[in-house]
Design a protein around this ligand. Structure first.
Ligand code: NAD
Ligand code: UGA
Length: 343
């Protein structure tokens, strides 16, 4: 079995690829190391994969590469590549979202159509829903994105649908809900909150913290992807993949205080454009079609991420660690200013 994972150096793609390694005769990973965060972090994500004899990294950009050539001989495509942040998707940067999330997806689907793959899994997003008229959202809820990012993820999903319905490309779009766990992207809430808690720097809370997310542990996302490659599904399937955790950001901060055993320094900043007030999904379809239900609770999952950050901090050179721990509020390190982050 030959698998192809796009966005393999990223948070979710690297976890999926690691899980697939023992099952794959050949595992090809594609990434172009976009600048949403540093190459150093992405290389760390690839560390285990690079040691495996059946893994091959192809550093190339899906917007320009000869994808028919790359896909020839591939059984399963897991398309995780994309520009993922909700809040930076306004303004001139939108062109990158269109190119990496829409155009790249269309090019990959076209190649999949020509080559004839057995399954094409697309990393969709809860952001397609926007602020929904009622909760929990099901796959039948009419999507109405609230951010430009969400518009591009929905466009990618619709492309999967059109290639599925016209050409029988066996597509399945998995709508992930705010994914967390070890190796989470440095712009995301848990990553920033935990680094700030352990480094005793300031947490920036957007709005009043009463926004709700159905946080999903990356292990559950990985399992959903694997099942989506194994189970018989009609083309153009769309499924929610949510953690069943439905918690406010304030609730997360309270939990983090207990787990990290560190007092948190929280500063309120304005609500961010594009942030929805709630995500909350029903995953009955994924249970029915994949036999998937989320298995990692928020306390357990958050603890696993805290542990990863602790190990990461301990492996940093002592000089930087000292300065980080000695930093006073506002002057210390934050996820946005670490050398690993491109800001
Ligand atoms: P990430 O930024 O860690 O990983 C994405 C990877 O894709 C990066 O390494 C990047 O270099 C690569 N990439 C981007 N454009 C590319 C291109 N044109 N060619 C080749 N490689 C390219 O992000 P992530 O959090 O792992 O998200 C993975 C996918 O899941 C994205 O499509 C995102 O929209 C989707 N998603 C993420 C979440 C979440 O909570 N993290 C939730 C819903 C959906
Ligand atoms: C996340 C991912 O970043 C997107 O790639 C993904 O598509 C989306 O989930 C999804 O579910 O589809 P988001 O929910 O904004 O987006 O995830 P976080 O960045 O972890 O933010 C969670 C909440 O914490 C948001 O309400 C945000 O406003 C808040 N937050 C974030 C803060 O209060 N402070 C921060 O420093 C960061």
């Amino acid at each position: 079995m030959r698998y192809l994972v796009t966005g393999v150096a990223g948070f979710i793609g690297s976890h999926i690829a690691e899980y697939l390694l023992p099952r794959a005769d050949e595992l090809v990973g594609i990434d172009t190391f976009t600048g949403n965060y540093s190459r150093v972090m992405k290389e760390q994500n690839l560390r285990k994969l690079r040691q495996a004899a059946n893994f091959r990294l192809i550093e190339t950009d899906l917007r320009f590469a000869d994808l028919t050539d790359l896909l020839t001989g591939t059984d399963i495509v897991l398309h995780q590549a994309g520009i993922p942040g909700v809040r930076p998707s306004w303004g001139p940067g939108f062109v990158d979202y269109v190119e990496h999330n829409v155009l790249a997806t269309q090019r990959l689907l076209e190649a999949a159509r020509q080559v004839g793959v057995r399954r094409f899994v697309y990393a969709s997003s809860s952001s397609v829903y926007g602020n929904a008229p009622s909760y929990p959202t099901s796959e039948n809820t009419i999507p109405r994105p609230f951010s430009p990012y969400g518009v591009t993820k929905l466009a990618g999903e619709h492309l999967c649908g059109t290639y599925g319905r016209n050409w029988d490309v066996p597509t399945v779009a998995l709508r992930y809900f705010t994914v967390y766990g070890p190796r989470q992207r440095p712009d995301m809430a848990f990553h920033r909150f935990i680094e700030a808690a352990l480094g005793r720097t300031e947490i920036q809370l957007y709005g009043d913290g009463e926004q709700v997310r159905d946080f999903t542990h990356v292990d559950d996302v990985v399992r959903a992807n694997l099942l989506a490659t194994e189970v018989d599904l009609p083309p153009a399937t769309v499924l929610n993949v949510a953690g069943g955790t439905r918690t406010t950001v304030n609730g997360v901060l309270a939990l983090l205080t207990q787990i990290a055993e560190e007092p948190l320094q929280v500063t309120r900043t304005p609500e961010q454009a594009g942030d929805v007030s709630e995500t909350w999904a029903t995953c009955e379809q994924a249970e029915r079609l994949l036999g998937w239900i989320p298995s990692v609770g928020l306390a357990e999952g958050l603890a696993s991420q805290v542990e990863w950050h602790r190990q990461r901090m301990d492996s940093r050179p002592p000089v930087r660690r000292e300065s980080a721990r000695a930093g006073s509020v506002g002057a210390g390190r934050s996820a946005a200013t670490t050398p690993e982050s491109n800001g």
